[in-house]
Design a protein around this ligand. Structure first.
Ligand SMILES: Cc1ncc(COP(=O)(O)O)c(C=O)c1O
Length: 408
């Protein structure tokens, strides 16, 4: 979600979480004059694996790029995971644009499935009906800090022999069944863009436990060459002739490398991540107290995101779907919040299937997108931050009370 906030706002959608540590780490890299990808990126990737509990991590320049190399990997890998042209990937109808684009960009089709109005994630109970003979993978998206139900998804994938992938760009540090999100399937992705749980300016990570997948990701990240791979590898073994091995191009890949500045900042941010999440959780509890009061006043007119059973969320933002006496008033409420200093926005990208870009992609919409459209019509979110937000949340409550008094 590329949105850096409006300075006039009192309660913003996103805020900086940097302090002296991040700034000094960035300055040290600049002073070293070794800013292109190197040892610090490797160190960040190692710290990320240690924290999240995965074998391999490949940092890129954005979550979108991490999705891109994840999908490309499935097209160019040699093993049983290889997908053929126009194989089908099941996706939720609510997610960010670059969850979807890499699927089409890699000559695959996507099938949109509606979402659950409580969790905002893909409705796991519809997926089975959507599976066809062309379906090869499910791309699960953990929306706004809330894990999907991986018990259900893993059962479906096992039953139909599907590959499970996770776009976890919005849910760093969220867990399902005591396992970090992003690590439930063959690959998972993360974003470290400004508004996310940690910020490295721009940045993304693709993780996996599979060595062949990892080697393909390394090659895809940088020109499709073998330079960054060990001598014996799953893409193409090196010859041992230095110059040849530096310029051996095997996969039609990209240049989506991060740089040492992003990684140095990321190492500092990772150390603070557990603390950031604690603040986010406390803020969520306070938000819920205010929502309960507002719901008493309005006869339950505000539906909020509910955490999936067996999960621990990472609380990206506070969502509200307006129902009952507030249904149909989204624009009015958004304007009211804005005019009172509270930034707000649609939930992710609303119902993605209504966008004109679909005419440019090979895709299918399975059934109606009823819940996605409700989210589109009546859904809003306000920010959650890595600090005590008591004042902001009190402001939110007071402004909502003022609005509700006006419509009663
Ligand atoms: C679900 C999801 N996937 C992918 C992305 C893309 O991440 P980035 O902005 O780092 O490219 C986002 C961005 O917010 C997202 O929300």
């Amino acid at each position: 979600m590329v949105y850096e906030g409006n300075n006039k706002m009192i309660y913003k959608l996103a805020e900086s979480t940097w302090s002296a540590e991040e700034k000094n780490a960035a300055i040290d890299v600049i002073n070293s004059e070794k800013c292109t990808m190197g040892d610090i990126v490797k160190k960040f990737e190692k710290s990320f694996c240690d924290m999240i509990g995965c074998k391999y991590a490949v940092m890129t320049n954005s979550g979108s790029s991490s999705n891109l190399i994840m999908m490309a990997c499935l097209k160019f890998i040699k093993s049983k995971y290889k997908l053929n042209d126009w194989d089908e990937v099941i996706v939720p109808a609510v997610s960010w644009a670059t969850t979807y684009y890499p699927i089409y960009q890699n000559r695959l089709t996507m099938k949109f499935v509606d979402v659950n109005l409580d969790t905002l994630n893909i409705d796991e109970d519809i997926i089975e009906k959507a599976i066809s003979s062309k379906t090869r993978a499910i791309l699960a998206v953990n929306i706004l800090g809330n894990p999907c139900d991986y018990s259900k998804l893993k059962n479906i994938c096992e039953k139909y022999n599907l590959i499970l992938l996770e776009d976890n760009c919005e849910s760093l540090y969220a867990k399902y069944d005591d396992r970090f999100c992003g690590t439930h399937g063959l690959m998972g992705t993360y974003s470290t863009f400004f508004s996310h749980h940690i910020c490295t300016v721009e940045g993304g990570i693709t993780v996996t436990d599979d060595e062949e997948v990892y080697h393909n990701l390394l090659s895809l990240r940088a020109h499709g060459w073998t330079r960054d791979l060990p001598k014996i590898n799953h893409v193409k073994n090196k010859s041992g002739q230095l110059i040849d091995d530096l310029f051996d191009f095997v996969i039609p890949g990209y240049n989506v490398r991060p740089n040492e500045i992003f990684a140095a900042i990321g190492i500092q941010q990772l150390k603070k991540l557990p603390m950031f999440i604690e603040y986010r959780k406390e803020n969520y509890n306070k938000f819920m107290q205010y929502v309960n009061l507002l719901n008493q006043m309005t006869g339950n007119a505000i539906r909020v995101q509910k955490m999936t059973p067996k999960s621990i969320g990472s609380y990206f933002a506070f969502t509200m779907i307006f129902e009952g006496m507030l249904r149909g008033k989204k624009r009015e409420i958004m304007n009211f919040l804005y005019n009172n200093g509270i930034e707000c926005r649609p939930i992710v990208a609303g119902n993605f299937t209504k966008n004109p870009v679909l005419t440019n992609m090979d895709c299918e919409i399975f059934g109606d997108m009823k819940n996605a459209q409700i989210i589109d019509d009546d859904g809003v979110f306000i920010g959650n931050h890595a600090r005590d937000m008591s004042d902001n949340l009190k402001l939110f409550f007071d402004v909502m009370v003022k609005y509700i008094d006006g419509v009663r």
